[in-house]
Design a protein around this ligand. Sequence first.
Ligand code: FHN
Length: 596
Amino acid sequence: MNPRKSTIRMTLILAACLLAPAAVPADPMAAEKETPAQRDARMKWWRDARFGMFIHWGVYSVPAGTYHGKQIGGIGEWIMNTGKIPVAEYRQFARQFNPVKFDADQWVRTAKNAGMKYIVITSKHHDGFGMFDSKATGWCITKASPFKRDPLKELAAACRREGIKLGFYYSHAQDWNHPGGAAIGGRWDKAQEGSMDEYIEKIAVPQVRELLTGYGPIAVLWWDTPMDMTRQRAEKFLPLLKLQPGIVINDRLGGGFPGDTNTPEQEIPATGYPNRDWETCMTMNDTWGYKSYDHNWKSPETLIHNLVDIASKGGNYLLNVGPTSEGLIPAASVQRLKEVGRWMHRNGEAIYGTTASPFKKLAWGRATKKLDASGATLYLHVFQWPADGRLVVPGLKNEVEAAWVWADAEEKPLPNGDRPIDMLETERSGDDLVVSVPAKAPDPFASVVVLKVKGTLKIEGVVAGQAADGSIRLPASDAICHGEQIRYESGGDRDNIGFWLDPGDWAEWQFMMKQPGVFAVTAEIAALGRGRFLVGVGDKQVAAESPVTGDYGKFTTVALGKIEIPAAGKTSLAVKAVREGWQPLNLKSITLTPVK
Ligand code: FHN
């Protein structure tokens, strides 16, 4: 949990909306009709793509974060809700929405040159404004704005020309302009009152039909915030999906339908979702829709590392841009996408069509892989280039066929147009494989070393061990999280176990104990209330209580007591909540220090 990003209340409401579909049975419609092989075929392009562009564009780009001269907190596309702007007043912004600089080809080329393979654009966000020519309402771009053009038509044509897949985001439940639409936090204007079922029947369903029939092949339908979506309401949308048989839908329809993809938002889950397709959606600054004064941009290095990190966990990266009311993608976004594109141009082979890393942890970076009939190609993405020229690949037992880095094509052009490579030597060192790499990193952000190995991948479990003084630090990133909600949170300033909302969830560490004995146990914890928990190794336990730090991002180190670990060997340590009076806590690490 990181309440600093938005209010705790909003986070919990959104989390409840988003988490709901995870615990429900599979989509019966899909299960009936699709074999696993058919599903794999349908998902293939999406799995290969790994990188897409999210576009949040609408009327909210006119106020751009400011209302009556006041900067409104939170994300830009929520300004109507956060500022409690009356419906009639918000509608006036549409009169100023005239994005004459919008150039669909340019947007699509910006995405394509960044290495992105698909685009998902807001066809209607929570403000209910149709960014397309809708027959179902007057509250859409062709009727309520001076622009009159249908930007989604133009984008669809440009995507077809450039070979980029197009998807539509559609806010099916929340709609703050059409009577009956849901509103997180409650409605604030009489004009919003109405029946949700009627809204779904008269606005949402007809609009989704329009979107799935009038724009050529639509690759993705991206639902959002399924507030008040009962199964019955969600079912109204299902027949429409047959209009685009190959379509991929996310997990936010609600009503118990898991969809095709999980959608972690603004975070990269520690271990991905091993049995689900998933896609991290993320902003480049701190807002989805354009805010004129949000300059908190992620660096190109962070964006490249995020893309690699996500691919190494088997997911896709849906990276957002929030164009202006003139129709321009902000220059800061374009510039960053160019940098990512430069990296992808050289290293895309190590991202597209790859699957998750076979390594649990790599101290210097991440890995992706491609399997083939004779063995595997491992792509080692090195964030910290080894100063001694020795790249240690822990526990890799396979015979190496070849190792190389991609050479600079301009320095070493090959007559047949093939990619020039610099071959590398490898050697064994105990359990590990060592690759001798050039002194200088080929890339300032992430250099790719390619290892072609023979046979089925064999990597022997590498677990943490004690330091020379007998102590051992167990970081959140090494924990095995047990439960539906608890998870490792990383990225930005987060590096802890969080979302520990269910006291039935628990965390475990496995490590190698060489010098058993009695250990003092300390933990780095952030919490808002006193939650009781147990730290246990076998039948030995320490009972403890979390400190109150006042913020889920503010950690303090607390001594929890002593524990005896009597035997050497592979050891498991568990941290479990005490159900009565449980208060969620964020846990960064546990440290065991030998008691002399
Ligand atoms: O409320 C929206 C938000 O505005 C944005 O569209 C994100 C993108 O995933 N989805 C919702 C919050 O989860």
